[in-house]
Ligand binder design. Structure first.
Ligand SMILES: NC(=O)c1ccc[n+]([C@@H]2O[C@H](COP(=O)([O-])OP(=O)(O)OC[C@H]3O[C@@H](n4cnc5c(N)ncnc54)[C@H](OP(=O)(O)O)[C@@H]3O)[C@@H](O)[C@H]2O)c1
Length: 289
């Protein structure tokens, strides 16, 4: 079990089962300065990996890196803008220089825009959301894949959302970006399956992070989640750790919702079939005689 300090959020708690799952492996986590990425970097290190933490906020990255057991031996912070190819090339180069190989990557960095109907969304906001989510995911894979090929293969996990699997009103740029991440994942999985690189994508529903807490109540966010609550960062991190590990060795090109059942469909608040509906059905039944 591993715990760390969090601003206004419950402490992180991971199951002991993570131990040794990623022993000897080296990985990159983007968007690791806070939220799901920070929690995942801690979980992946807890599972035995050496991790390289990437995001733009150097101070945030260093704080997360210093909370990882084993300190500098197990974690390195590299300030990175995933939408900038030189920056990502440097990130991958420094990873291999420092730890000698690259076995997995969690391309988690993402950003959204303020809710607004599509015609009111500025072109600049649309472009900036796609620059991080789509261009960033593409650029990360572009530089990670050659490094993984040199290590004999690897595992990439990209970050989508339930908004990458269905429409959501008011966030067209985010919806488009997260759908594109699913497409990029499937294409990469097919391109590199024969070379032992697995590529999968997680699609979380509402997860309690500072970002979510700043926008709405947990009750609002849990609307339409069959399990009736928001998820926590650990519940995404353990799925990512499993996908990065050899335990998921026959899983590639998969889209894995981590969403409390949200993508299973809609759970209407009706405990049983009502008498009026039953009557309607029997009314339409064929009559004899
Ligand atoms: N929380 C949820 O309910 C939820 C649900 C589904 C999917 N997701 C997805 O999960 C991911 C993490 O979400 P979160 O809730 O943890 O959000 P968050 O707290 O806002 O974290 C986003 C992370 O992405 C990094 N980032 C943003 N732009 C970047 C760039 N250009 N280059 C490098 N890093 C960049 C941020 O770091 P810097 O600002 O330091 O660069 C930060 O570390 C996102 O892709 C999000 O879309 C979240």
């Amino acid at each position: 079990m591993m715990m760390s300090e969090n601003k206004g959020l419950p402490p992180l708690r991971f199951p002991r089962a993570l131990t040794d799952m990623l022993e000897g492996k080296v990985g990159i986590v983007t968007g690791a300065s806070r939220g799901i990425g920070a929690a995942s970097a801690i979980a992946l290190a807890d599972a035995g990996a050496r991790v390289v933490l990437a995001a733009r906020d150097d101070e945030g990255l260093r704080a997360v890196a210093s909370s990882i057991n084993g300190g500098k031996e197990r974690a390195m912070a590299v300030p990175t803008d995933v939408s900038d190819s030189e920056s990502v090339e440097r990130l991958v180069g420094l990873t291999v220089e420092r730890f000698g190989r690259l076995d997995f990557a969690f391309n988690n960095a993402g950003s959204g825009h303020m809710p607004t109907p599509m015609a009111d969304l500025s072109v600049e906001d649309f472009d900036s959301v796609l620059a991080v989510n789509v261009r960033g995911t593409f650029i990360c894979m572009k530089y990670e894949i050659p490094a993984m090929l040199k290590s004999g293969g690897g595992s990439i996990v990209n970050m989508s959302s339930t908004a990458g699997l269905q429409g959501v009103n008011g966030i067209a740029g985010y919806v488009a970006g997260k759908h594109a991440v699913v497409g990029l994942t499937r294409a990469a999985a097919l391109d590199y399956a024969k070379q032992n690189i697995r590529v999968n994508v997680v699609a979380p529903g509402p997860i309690l992070t500072e970002r979510l807490a700043g926008r709405m109540s947990q009750e609002q966010a849990a609307f339409a989640v069959p399990l009736g609550r928001v998820g926590n960062r650990e519940e995404v991190a353990v799925v990512v750790a499993w996908l990065c590990s050899d335990l998921a060795s026959f899983v590639t090109g998969a889209v894995i919702p981590v969403d409390g059942g949200r993508m299973a469909g809609v759970a209407f608040a009706r405990p049983s079939v009502t008498p009026s509906v039953t009557a309607g059905i029997s009314d339409r039944a064929p009559r004899s005689g």
